[in-house]
Every structure is written in structure tokens, then in C-alpha cells.
Design a protein around this ligand. Structure first.
Ligand code: MN
Length: 209
């Protein structure tokens, strides 16, 4: 059954950009809680036992007619929270490539140069009213897209594969940055690991073939 994976680095590894206390609470409390509540909902649905969490989100719309609203909402919110945070830990690292590498380096030029991409992505994250995420995804036509979604609504439910995401729930930054989301985002770019994003891009490409 699903277990929360430990962070792939120490809690203080992303200091000073993301502080140790935030990482502890974010991973051990918030991420754990999403997982627990996702499991509770999922376990009531034996028909979904052969799917993984990503597949549940991928099929969320078709599941809507088959399961009750409360359970469906739990899958959406807590399944989203569980899957999205796994990705979030993965695409950050203390010593990574801070600019796109590999094939994504070329591909991302479709969205403008890297400076423009960063600016646009930051603006999406800043413009998300309330809780949510900004996303870089690969759509079914293998085009890159960026957008923000509220809460834990998942790009996977739009059949988009996630390459990069930034969490703009206050729990991701409030301890250190309080209401200063822009400052948090500026720091977050200092810990994004584009070699991990490139790996995700390669996996996504293979899946859409
Ligand atoms: Mn979060």
C-alpha cells in the first residue's frame, strides 16, 4: 500500500531559500495528511485497486458518474495533494541545474526564452487567487502549456502530464515569507532542478508516443 516517501534530501537542504521548518511541516504534516485522506477514500473503492494514484487523477472525470460526490471530491483533493507533492520534492534539489537542460532546453523556447518563461510562470503563480499551483505540462499533442489551477486540481485530470509545478498554498511559504508570495517564488527558482524536469519530460514524451 501507499507510503509517504521520505524527502530525497535533508529538511534543511534547500536553506536559505526554503527553510527547514517549512519543509518539515510541509512534508511530514501536510503531505502525510493528503496521503492519509486519499488512502481512506481510495480503500472504499475496490474497483480502483489496480490503478495507481496518478491513474486515478487521470480518470477523474470518468469516475465522477461512478462514485459518490464526497468520495470523488476526496480523491480529487487528497489524491491531487499526494501526487503533486511527490513531484514538488522531486523537481527541487540543493545542487541542481537552475536552467533547462537536454531536450527541454530546446523545447521550452516555444514559450519564449528562459527569462520570459520564468517571468510568465511566476506571474501565473502570483495571479493564482488563494491556494493552488502553477504548472508546466505536456499536452496530448506534445505541446508545452503553462497555467495555474486552484487547490489540488490536477493537470492529470485534463490528460496533461506534469513537468514542473510550484505550490502557492500559504503552507508552502508562510513561515518564512508570510504574505510575500513574490519573494518566495524568487527563492523557489534558486532550488528548481531542471535535470529532474528533463527526466520528467523524457518520461512524458515516451508516454504520448
Ligand atoms: Mn503544499
Amino acid at each position: 500500500m501507499l507510503e509517504l516517501k521520505p524527502l530525497p534530501y535533508a529538511y534543511d537542504a534547500l536553506e536559505p531559500h526554503i527553510d527547514e521548518e517549512t519543509m518539515k511541516v510541509h512534508h511530514d504534516k501536510h503531505h502525510q495528511a493528503y496521503l492519509n485522506k486519499f488512502k481512506t477514500a481510495w480503500e472504499t473503492l475496490p474497483e480502483l485497486k489496480d490503478l495507481n494514484a496518478e491513474q486515478v487523477l487521470w480518470r477523474l472525470e470518468e469516475l465522477k458518474e461512478k462514485i459518490d460526490d464526497k468520495t470523488w471530491t476526496a480523491l480529487k483533493n487528497h489524491g491531487g495533494g499526494y501526487v503533486h507533492h511527490n513531484i514538488f520534492w522531486e523537481i527541487m534539489s540543493p545542487n541542481g541545474d537552475r536552467e533547462p537542460v537536454g531536450e527541454l532546453q530546446e523545447k521550452i523556447k516555444e514559450l519564449g526564452n528562459f527569462t520570459k518563461f520564468k517571468e510568465d510562470f511566476t506571474n501565473l503563480a502570483l495571479g493564482q487567487f488563494g491556494s493552488g499551483w502553477a504548472w508546466l505540462v505536456l499536452d496530448e499533442q506534445k505541446n508545452l502549456r503553462t497555467y495555474a489551477l486552484p487547490n489540488q486540481d490536477s493537470p492529470l485530470s485534463f490528460k496533461h502530464q506534469i513537468l514542473l509545478g510550484v505550490d502557492v498554498w500559504e503552507h508552502a511559504y508562510y513561515l518564512k515569507y508570510q504574505n510575500r508570495r513574490a519573494e518566495y517564488l524568487e527563492s523557489w527558482w534558486q532550488v528548481v532542478d531542471f535535470s529532474a524536469v528533463e527526466k520528467r519530460y523524457q518520461v512524458a514524451l515516451a508516454k504520448t508516443k
